[in-house]
Design a protein around this ligand. Structure first.
Ligand code: ADP
Length: 263
């Protein structure tokens, strides 16, 4: 089994302040998925511009001040849940159009976090879908949180990847994003950034020096989720989905430029 994460930066226009799909990428990538020869596959996708602007505006996951604030956050929750569900519908449909038997799985309907980390999720149905040959498509969402001071949390696609990998023990975990992998510093900011081919500890990239990883960027969170999988002997790869052919090659087990998270 393979878990493939499609970053929000790849399938949406992440810088847009309103939900905007990157149709060109989505079309190409879902075709590559259909053309690859994988066996069992779970697709996890990020929220990009469908989730982040709303979740931020309504400060989902921040401490609740009073009843009025709770009601506001609940409105934000409802709006965000709707937006990311719409994105999920589009991703699932694109996959299906190209011949993948996709099935949508909504995190907010069965996952509970505590302090923003997944506390419970019943995977029975996901396992059954996989056995039958479906491709479950799950995504970054807003979910209920057991901590009463926040009640709601933003659950990233990256955390879902880690949870599913822990529970389902896939052979491979592939994260597709909009850069080649993990660099010694943010490649979008620093043209001289160097790609790191193998990452095995946070120290390697988080020394606190200015020249090292920008943890405020999207990469820091990703890396710590993936490093957590090393305890279970699960390695993972970060690759660039903006490069044509990479997803297909990676799914087929061919070598692709990127970063491997391994010991
Ligand atoms: P996705 O939406 O694909 O999950 P993110 O946008 O959250 O991905 O994270 C990818 C982004 O992280 C890259 O576009 C890059 O700008 C940023 N980033 C910050 N620091 C680094 C780094 N050291 N190496 C690679 N990317 C980095």
């Amino acid at each position: 089994m393979i878990i493939l994460k499609l970053g929000g930066s790849v399938i949406t226009r992440k810088e847009a302040d309103k939900p905007t799909i990157n149709h060109e990428n989505l079309k190409r990538i879902t075709r590559e998925v259909a053309e690859s020869t994988h066996q069992k596959l779970i697709v996890v996708h990020g929220a990009g511009s469908f989730g982040h602007p709303l979740a931020k505006k309504y400060a989902i996951g921040d401490e609740i001040q009073d009843n009025l604030d709770l009601k506001k956050k609940m409105l934000g929750f409802s709006l965000t849940q709707h937006a990311v569900k719409e994105l999920n519908g589009i991703v699932s449909e694109y996959l299906r159009m190209h011949g993948t038997l996709s099935v949508s799985i909504q995190p907010s309907s069965f996952i509970l976090t505590k302090n923003k980390r997944i506390k419970s999720a019943d995977l029975t149905l996901i396992k059954r879908y996989l056995e039958l040959g479906f491709v479950p498509v799950i995504y970054g969402d807003v979910v209920l949180d057991a901590d009463e001071s926040i009640e709601m949390a933003v659950l990233s696609g990256d955390q879902i990847v880690k949870y599913l990998a822990e529970k389902l023990k896939p052979e491979r975990v592939i994260l597709a994003t909009d850069v080649d992998g993990i660099y010694d510093k943010n490649p979008k900011k620093y043209p001289d950034a160097q790609l790191i081919e193998t990452v095995s500890s946070l120290e390697q990239i988080e020394t606190g020096e200015e020249t090292n990883i920008d943890v405020t960027g999207g990469m820091g969170g990703k890396v710590s989720e993936l490093l957590g999988l090393l305890d279970l002997e699960i390695e993972s790869e970060i690759i660039n989905a903006n490069k044509t052919g990479n997803i297909k090659k990676a799914l087929n087990g061919e070598k692709v430029t990127g970063t491997t998270i391994k010991r």
